[in-house]
Design a protein around this ligand. Sequence first.
Ligand code: NAG
Ligand code: NAG
Ligand code: NAG
Length: 390
Amino acid sequence: MKRSVHPFFAILLLIVFALTLSSGILIRRSGGFSSIEVEKPSLILQKKVPVFNSTLLKYAAIDIGEVQAQHEIEELLEGNFDSRGRYRSFATWRRFNHHEIKARTSKGIPVMLRSPEFYRYWLDFRRALHDWSRKKRYQPEIMDELIGLVKAPIDRHNGLVGSERRYGSCAVVGNSGILMKDEYGELIDGHEVVIRLNNARTERYERNVGAKTNISFVNSNILHLCGRRQGCFCHPYGDNVPMVMYICQPAHFLDYTVCNSSHNAPLVVTDPRFDVLCARIVKYYSLKRFVEDTGKSLDEWGSAHDGSVFHYSSGLQAVMLAVGICDKVSIFGFGKSASARHHYHTNQKAELKLHDYEAEYHFYHDLVNNPQLIPFIRDTFKFPAAVIYQ
Ligand SMILES: *[C@@H]1O[C@H](CO)[C@@H](O)[C@H](O)[C@H]1NC(C)=O
Ligand SMILES: *[C@@H]1O[C@H](CO)[C@@H](O)[C@H](O)[C@H]1NC(C)=O
Ligand SMILES: *[C@@H]1O[C@H](CO)[C@@H](O)[C@H](O)[C@H]1NC(C)=O
């Protein structure tokens, strides 16, 4: 007798299969959000495809300062450090290395080749800057590469075999004065990895900000300032703490080449594709807010925000880094209140004009509540659960 499946059983099997699949999705979806907020069941089953406003996307993709930056990079690669007296960083670097540069070739390249040490730095600098500027473009896949680019070198430094695993939990500690109203220190230190910003100190503030630091995230202005000192003193957390830095000005690669050779732990420059991604996201939120709040046209955004120097804050990129390398992200010390200082550890009064913190808060809100609404990220990217403590 020939054995065959009765149509009734075939259909039953199909239904069971379909149910298993959909419940699997249910578990994974709700699992992903369990520590944020309980989602409405109806939202879980619907596949939400966010519709991004294409005009905003287009405007957010324009980098107003791009031409000028490219010109600056070309000048630097040619050796023109003092055009318009702007590249002070080179003068600084030269001073603490006891070099004097007087003669130049017709193309402006310093004639310092008799010093092998200078020549080595010079080659390193040019190579680093050249590679960096070539990679500077939009490529959303970069979010999936952060583990290999940032976590892997740190793992190797700690004697671990690099793995594709994300950190279990990360605390990103911003520097807002609002940290002083709660004692989150223990909670912060309870995370597997603590990321701190721009060398903010922890001594005397441990109860509020915690004491441990696993990644020191800085912008290159910070490195430039501490790079002035002999031996590149730039490690308030100790020179065994890995640093991640984004480049504010291409000339800062000089500080990087000097400091990279003296830092014990990895000193990782953020991938320029990651910088471009962060810039676009923040600009999208800023443009949106600008039109909604002022009713003006998108073309007026540039003059209202000094478009060519507009920049995301260090804190934003540190959070984005955590989003790429951690399974859970807790955000502390981001936000402001009338009664709190701008920074918990300084007396700086005002916010910097070149950032749009309000726009960044909107981004954090989406990250915690509805990460699918964040533009420029591929829909295959798996967002971690995120919480913000304010
Ligand atoms: C996109 O956003 C701009 C600015 O907010 C707005 O003027 C425009 O109507 C929006 N377009 C769509 C299709 O929603
Ligand atoms: C984080 O820092 C603490 C304190 O220095 C250290 O004990 C711990 O191993 C670090 N964790 C990771 C994952 O690097
Ligand atoms: C920075 O230093 C590390 C370790 O010494 C080295 O492997 C790396 O190539 C350096 N990076 C650059 C761009 O010189």
